[in-house]
Design a binder for this molecule. Sequence first.
Ligand code: F6P
Length: 324
Amino acid sequence: MAEKFSIGLLSSGGDAPGMNAAIRAVVRTALTNNMEVIGVQHGYEGLVNGEFRPMGARDVGGILQRGGTVLLTSRSKRFMEPAGQRDAIRKMNEAGMDALIVIGGEGSMNGAYALSKQGVKVIGIPGSIDNDIWGTNIAIGTDTAMNTIMEAVDKLRDTASSHQRAFLVETMGRHSGYLAVMAGIVCGAEMVLIPEVPTTAEEVVAAVEDAYKRGKTHAIIINAEGSALRTTDIAAKIDEMDVGFKTRMTILGHIQRGGSPTAYDRLLASRMGVKAVEALVEGKHGVMTGLKGKGVDFIPLADVVSNKRKVNMEYYHMAKVLAR
Ligand code: F6P
């Protein structure tokens, strides 16, 4: 009897809410198609080390609503080197893996492409709160993170307006202003600072002073982690210039990465998990699942890694207009 087609499954890089829903979908779709799944713990690091465990339908029970990733994750330096990739392929072969599904962000898709170029059948599933992966409208986890930010800023606004304060709120996004721009719109921020648009502290001070003069009861400034300005420095500058509002600041940090995935993220993750296995059933590989319009499509990993996703400047300008 022929051996079952065996799929390795890992999550890598920063965890994102909804990764568990994708894991569940991959395992159950694979089993339905008479394939087996080997879970790889700790991302690519675990692939290099051979940290494998078989995954059955019951192993993914009760995880749909949980944040984080039950497969655990890491940012593996060893896997970035050719020797690490060689060892990973060797471990895959020893375990009889026929293919690999990788759930992760931009760096993880680079790793997936590196394996794919060496003959491994790989499918990527985009998962990152930063939404900085080219080829998909939105990645798994971004919606949940947006909702976490929105909830936090709504609370901060209550206290900000009660005290007539300017609040600096730092969102995640090392290289991408996506979360900050979208937060600017959905939270009604006075100003958004992102890596893609260099802004000076003087410009921020002027905007906050202007908001005060226009009779605003508070000012919310969203600063993306990767912008040119440090949140502490902006707050100090506004206080120093005495513009009307006193400042307080909140760095949201890893709160944005945790929590139960929203309905949107659970659905997206489930759809992408199913599609990833379907790709293998159809003999496709070297692709990432990507949301295009209303459907989930297959995008070549070569295109994913050779393009940079840019912040949509229309949204940046919209945030500005709506801050009047
Ligand atoms: O890529 C996701 C992300 O949360 C970024 O927004 C952030 O800069 C980074 O990960 C933080 O990484 P770590 O959890 O390794 O500190």
